[in-house]
Design a protein around this ligand. Sequence first.
Ligand code: DGY
Length: 333
Amino acid sequence: MNPSQPSRPTILVARPVFPDTVARLRQHFEVDVHDSETPLQGDALARRLQGKSGVFVAGVEPIDAALLAACPELKAVCSMAVGYNNIDVAACTARGVLVTNAPGVLTETTADFGFALMMATARRIGEAERFLRRGEWTHWSYDLMAGQDIHGATLGVLGMGRIGQAVARRGALGFGMKVVYHNRSHLPEAEEAALGARWLPLPELMAQADHLVIVVPYGPASHHLVGREQLAWMKPTATLTNIARGGVVDDAALAEALRAGQLAAAGLDVFEGEPQVHPALLTLPNVVLTPHIASASLATRRAMADLAADNLIAALTGQPPLTALNPEVLARG
Ligand code: DGY
């Protein structure tokens, strides 16, 4: 480096990401890229963050109080995910570390996928494809792979944030579904009316939904929100789709309920302890399993990475970040 030039902040990109995102970050920072799909965590992440002002994460790297204590120079944690259960935001705020996530840019893509997964689950698409590929299709039959209808059915949305509302819109406006939901807060009346949506207590939501889509953020309050007791309230013909986070659903209890016929089928994009999947789920034919890809269209993944990069550039060059989770850190100067 030219000694007459002011030194630039150094950052870590903690996961491989689009090369042009990294190139853009290099215009502003000295950039260290963790070029492996094995996530950095704990001591390894702390070592790699020594002397770094910012970190670009992808929604899995744990950022907790111990890590922050070990990395006193860290000023900004910018995630390309909307979910931020991997980041202790309160601990970051206490240390004056700015945190950003990526809301908004993935809403429609994630809702598209949630709807697709719900339809694949209800109409047994994974099971039917495996059957055909195994060469077991020998004749048409009146009940061959007969599943549950989507149109006109009752869509239960658990968690009515941006993505929940986008799922509800697809159901109500595209498929004539009746929408019921459970959320900490009620939607404004006008939005409920536009969707024809009705708030229900959780037990009634579970009991009334023909297709339950789970979109609630993960945290201590939502850990195993859907467990043995709640699954027992479902209709035996109902489906459950989880695009929220592993841990919102008790996967062991879900496998047991599916085996016992307490619900018809499940579509899961997220898992407790992922990328490990509960072994019982892998053995059940009536479960559609996908590897946490709800936001994975190329355009949306680019938009998520761009937003995280914009946030990091803003945070470390004295501009207001676009989507700060703890903007009070900025007010402190
Ligand atoms: C998100 O953005 O939270 C997605 O689940 C990807 O991690």
